[in-house]
Design a protein around this ligand. Sequence first.
Ligand SMILES: Cc1ncc(COP(=O)(O)O)c(C=O)c1O
Length: 474
Amino acid sequence: MNPGSRPPRSTVRDIERYASLFAERTQVMKSSAMRDLMALTEREDVISLAGGLPDTSTFPPESYASLMRTVATECCARALQYGPTEGFSRLKRCIAEVMSAEGMEIDPDDLLVTTGGQQVIDLVCKTLIDPGDVIVAEAPTYPGAVPTFCAYQADVVQVTMDRDGMRIDQLLETLDELDRTGRRPKFIYTVPNFHNPAGVTMSLQRRRDLVRIAAERELLVLEDNPYGLLRYEGTPLPTLRSLDGGEFVIYASTFSKILSPGVRLGWTTAPPPVLQKMSIGKQSADLCSSSVSQCFVAAYFDSGPWHEYVRSLIEIYRRRRDVMLDSLAEHFPREAEWTHPEGGLFIWATMPAYIDTNDLLARALEEHVAFVPGRAAFVDGRGGSAMRLNFSGVGEDDIREGIRRIGEVVREQVDLYDTLTGARAAAMPQTGADPVTAHRQRSAGGEEREPLQEDAELAKVLRLPAKRKRAGSG
Ligand SMILES: Cc1ncc(COP(=O)(O)O)c(C=O)c1O
């Protein structure tokens, strides 16, 4: 090797040499599909509807510069120093203000500041999960939680959703079934508002039912609420935390979607014994969250009404959501369905069962457009004909063009299927596999059809060209 040149990448032999040292958990650890897809979002020639990115270009650079100047002049040494594990008091007061905007009154001392909402999921698992323990999650679930659950070797049981969120009847069935085998879930994971990836919101009745069931059975619920303040229509609903009063609900949220994911700041509040263990878990993870970021966010809250920026985001994202919904109606074939989110950043679209969205992504990338394949949101291989579409990260023209391109590759598959079956099959999405109730009517006749017998066989024939580049797969 020339001096200064980069070392060669790992060979299979290198990996074998280290493999005997790897912990057992590395066998079940998997890369996040979204992390893999992030590489694509940085490529300028790809319209990425894959990320969960807020549009940070909407934050005025002059405000950023002025806030950083304030941090430099008023608390430079503090910003550059370690901080307390639980977070700066000033920041915790800002968080209490945000929670109050969602109808929750909280004592700042009951908060733990975290490195993004993602760290809350990690700390909850670190605190509660031994290998083989059960986590109940929604189907689909947040794709970024899947690698965390896997890394802690949890047994994840996913409960069907519809347009009102997690199906409580199915939850009860699942809990009873687990009970019969002597298993008690360590927690129930839910994203009640503008679900990532499903785009649906849990109804008030289901929220009440979930909180009641948790109390009756003494089960913990992890309520993950990054999007609650990004509502574009309808009436805000009470959080599970406010319905439960904090007895069985662990609450998680973040500044990522209302200010910036770059600051990497989130927070949690939990029943005190759980919060205490999470705080100890955080000490070993990262000692404390970034002091620079905490000072920046505190200066931001001091500088004026933070709601105004959130309001401006709501206006932008509402328009983008509408553009995406209109574009889907225009460009996707009638065989596809999708959800109609009242807020948040995502639409979940379901294709006919014979389309595999992992393969479709390879084809879409040839057209320079990306989405998250549905399997990333399941632990059991379901979601194969679904995709998550993000409408916050790119402008309206790119949304139109991106959806047009994806629509075209979906149509290609539908036409090929029709040619192979010899008829225009009324092939609607296989709702048993991807059950989130969709926005579009099922069919002109309103009939939901059983998947064709030969769908599975045809799916093999319909496989798209082999992936040329490493595209994030579920
Ligand atoms: C449901 C959900 N939870 C947690 C996170 C992680 O967010 P953060 O940037 O705060 O770590 C996200 C990010 O997209 C999310 O959608």
